[in-house]
Design a protein around this ligand. Structure first.
Ligand code: MN
Length: 235
């Protein structure tokens, strides 16, 4: 068999604490909407509803190695680019109808990610009942730090998730405030799609989402998982 065009590059994210140069190949990117009560409220919702999902293309990842500053081009068509810091779950073992009690065995590791959002375009899509793709699934919309193997992560309900922009705090919460826990998300998600090794799940953002502009530097971190630095550069 042969391909008529060159085979596209496999999107991948560096691995933390492993062999130098080791990469985590990305299969799909799933995202959870409104998974922290105070963020759901700031977006005009009650904060209590079943989880819902959207996706980004796998090649929307902007991988940022440890100690580096990722360069994200300010995207086209928007005047309101928002940050959303999120805990990212990296799936190592696939499956469908995974029970929450068995979910941990399917997790390869965790990373810090940014669900970057063209909020004006997302808002328009919501108003018109259209898909969110243009607001959520654009190029470089998923900056992500190295994936750290689960055994090397230390996550509890008190684990802090935070984001600074130019050194000023914008988002600050704890993982325990997730409405739907990571095992519950895996149970729900795998009832709708068969999960596969290489899937990334962005688990939702806490309150404090806001705009960034060209020249801003974002510093996201989750204790026990890692950190991620991204600079917004000219489009
Ligand atoms: Mn999000």
């Amino acid at each position: 068999m042969s391909y008529v065009l060159p085979v596209p590059r496999v999107p991948a994210v560096p691995v933390a604490g492993g062999e130098p140069g080791a990469q985590f190949a990305v299969h799909r990117i799933y995202c959870v909407g409104r998974n922290y009560v105070d963020h759901a409220i700031e977006m005009g919702h009650s904060g209590r509803e079943p989880p819902f999902f959207f996706m980004k293309p796998a090649d929307a990842v902007l991988p940022v190695a440890e100690g580096e500053i990722g360069q994200m081009r300010y995207p086209s068509l928007t005047h309101d680019l928002h940050h959303e810091v999120e805990l990212v779950v990296a799936i190592g073992k696939g499956g469908k109808d995974i029970k929450a009690a068995d979910a941990t065995g399917h997790i390869w590791g965790y990373a810090v990610g940014l669900d970057m959002t063209r909020r004006d375009l997302q808002g328009e899509a919501k108003k018109l009942g259209r898909p969110w793709c243009i607001g959520k699934g654009f190029d470089q919309s998923a900056p992500i730090g190295p994936v750290r193997p689960a055994a090397q992560c230390y996550l509890t309900a008190a684990t802090r998730i935070e984001l600074d922009v130019n050194g000023a705090k914008r988002q600050s919460s704890v993982i325990g405030k997730l409405i739907w826990s990571v095992p519950e998300i895996i149970e729900q998600l795998s009832s709708a799609w068969e999960l596969a090794p290489g899937d990334l799940i962005f688990t939702g953002t806490p309150e404090g989402v806001a705009s960034v502009i060209e020249g801003d530097t974002l510093h996201a971190r989750i204790d026990g998982v890692g950190a991620l630095r991204v600079a917004i550069v000219g489009g």
